[in-house]
Design a protein around this ligand. Structure first.
Ligand code: RP5
Length: 157
């Protein structure tokens, strides 16, 4: 049973989804992934959301990125929207951030599929001690890398 459902507005969003997949695999989080467009295939979006057992949705879309909001309209589970860089750079960000009151979507940064997966892990970790501990270890590894990078930078100048 998938714990996270990733929905892409288009196959062209796959490079952003790959960043999320890599993190989900690192944390051994099961997931399903589908392509469904809010504008081109609205019924498919509805069916995917309503029949999913996932606890968190990650919706990835660019341009006029209605997908995360439409996913949220069909579920009360948490929805994380990932804006994909498009023609203007800010178009998809505004589409995802400016949700009307009552139907929230959590937005991560442009193309930040990795952060969407980390946020999904953090949501799931509220009731999963193994995941909570894995997230703490991840933070420690990140901090270690910054210190190592600092040493390398200092040694190179
Ligand atoms: C959005 O339009 C998709 O999420 C994608 O980011 C963008 C372009 O889609 P394609 O024209 O590449 O299918 O709906």
């Amino acid at each position: 049973m998938p714990t996270v459902s990733i929905i892409l507005g288009s196959k062209s969003d796959l490079p952003v989804a790959d960043k999320a997949i890599s993190i989900l695999r690192e944390f051994s989080i099961t997931f399903e992934i589908n392509v469904a467009s809010a504008h081109r295939t609205p019924k498919r979006v509805e069916d995917l959301v309503k029949r999913s057992d996932a606890g968190v949705f990650i919706a990835i879309a660019g341009l006029s990125a209605a997908l995360p909001g439409v996913v949220a309209s069909f579920t009360t589970k948490p929805v994380i929207g990932v804006p994909v860089s498009g023609k203007l750079g800010i178009d998809s960000i505004l589409s995802i951030v400016q949700m009307p009151a009552g139907v929230p979507v959590a937005a991560v940064g442009l193309d930040r599929g990795d952060n969407a997966a980390i946020l999904a892990a953090e949501i799931l970790a509220v009731s999963d001690a193994r995941l909570a501990s894995a997230l703490l270890e991840y933070r420690v590894r990140q901090a270690d890398k910054v210190e190592k990078d600092s040493e390398e930078v200092a040694a190179d100048v």
